[in-house]
Design a protein. Sequence first.
Length: 140
Amino acid sequence: MHQQRETRDEKRVRQVLEDVYVRDMYMKESREALSREFDAVFHMLVPELDGRDNEPVALRWDGLDELRSNHPKAVFPETRFEFPLVDVVGNAAVARVDVFHGDVHVYSDFVSLYRVQGQWRLVSKVFHAHLMGQPQSTLG
């Protein structure tokens, strides 16, 4: 299978994901840094909230703060991140971020971005929590 060379836009999106999404959101949990790169209309769709598991709930910044305060930190020293998909078409991009604790697959995040005034801004996220975890070697 021939792998295409990563475009300049794909590299920039990957850099935003590494610098902002991973470093500032997961590692530092820095709301100030996030507000500079996440668009004001950013929403995270959460499939389970307060026992409701059959309809996604859109959370904005105030809801994210509450969700974060009620759940344990998601990053540990052995946490690593992989970016198996970064796809850019024009001013829109989507990326998959897989989060592992050691060899256990913990989350698959799907992040959407728009290019606004020349800068890539994160606008939404949906995710899947691998509650039971899967060793990396068993992933398809």
